[in-house]
Write a protein that binds this ligand. Structure first.
Ligand SMILES: [Zn+2]
Length: 304
């Protein structure tokens, strides 16, 4: 079961018109959560979602400050895309959710704000597979990341455009970038995945910059998504208009730290996002951001 500690503190937005199917899915959860509130002996409001019975999916944009960490849960498998810096607390976040196994981990690229926190995940959890772009970096963090994969004997796959993994009966992800990355520009080596949760599509772009966006535009049919994890923490190096117009996101999520030294998100990226009319959520102002979906409609809940 998944326990979520923040759901009742922040705000919630639903991206759907209520339908009988919607109520069928969420009304029991609502009743259950109300019952739970009354049964809690502590002051903490804890929302528990029964697993396995429904096609219920969650995407957690975990607030790790200036870095990325995105957890996708399905009735079948669990996917973690990046882990923030070393000491980001992403391992504790997973533990608090009651997770003991992470089926697939993607390290989008070797920068420390993406793979640092994965080292603790490899040490603490059973991990079924690691996928990364197969490019190298000279830092101690990257060395420790490789060593942890090796020590724990975790199956390793070099991720390339065209690969897919099934997550549950109606959920899978496809890798849409890179084709042939170089170690000379690590951001543009980023693995980009589009996650399909029923009919809902979520595009996770790592730190892919404009060159990568241009390359991905050669297959625009792979880009259109309901939800976009904005590239490179909202930097001006990413979020070009042609790319955003191809994605047409209803919701865009920027993962960056409060008062970060890079000035993320940059005004150019914000203007481009506003120009395509997407709703914008930011981990620096909203904290953890949770998207829940039954594969048809989705809701967004923020910590702050
Ligand atoms: Zn980054």
């Amino acid at each position: 079961m998944y326990v979520n500690m923040f759901i009742s503190k922040g705000s919630q937005v639903r991206y759907s018109k209520p339908t009988p199917a919607f109520f069928k899915l969420f009304l029991p959860l609502f009743v259950f959560s109300i019952a739970l509130l009354f049964s809690c002996s502590s002051d903490e409001n804890i929302f528990i979602i029964p697993s396995d019975d429904n096609d219920l999916y969650q995407v957690h944009f975990i607030d790790v400050g200036q870095g990325d960490a995105i957890l996708v849960t399905t009735p079948g498998k669990t996917l973690l895309v990046d882990g923030g810096w070393q000491g980001s607390g992403v391992d504790q976040y997973l533990t608090d959710l009651g997770i003991s196994k992470v089926d697939i981990v993607i390290g989008t690229h070797p920068h420390a704000d993406h793979i640092g926190g994965l080292i603790a995940v490899f040490q603490r959890f059973e991990v079924g597979e690691v996928i990364d772009p197969g490019v190298t970096h000279t830092t101690a963090t990257f060395n420790n990341y490789l060593t942890a994969i090796d020590i724990h004997d975790i199956p390793f796959t070099v991720g390339r455009k065209g690969m897919e993994r099934q997550l549950s009966e109606h959920a899978y992800f496809e890798i849409i970038h890179p084709i042939n990355p170089a170690s000379g520009h690590l951001n543009n080596a980023s693995i980009v995945v589009r996650v399909h949760l029923g009919d809902i599509k979520v595009l996770l772009t790592g730190d892919a910059e404009r060159e990568s966006e241009q390359s991905m535009l050669s297959a625009p049919e792979l880009l259109r998504s309901h939800i976009l994890k904005v590239g490179h923490h909202g930097s001006r190096t990413s979020s070009t208009m042609p790319f955003l117009e191809a994605v047409q996101p209803e919701v865009s999520i920027i993962m960056c730290g409060r008062d970060n030294p890079y000035g993320h998100p940059h005004s150019q990226a914000m203007q481009a996002l506003n120009a395509v009319g997407t709703d914008i959520y930011r981990t620096d102002t909203h904290g953890h951001i949770l998207i829940e979906t039954d594969g048809t409609q989705y809701s967004i809940t923020t910590e702050k």
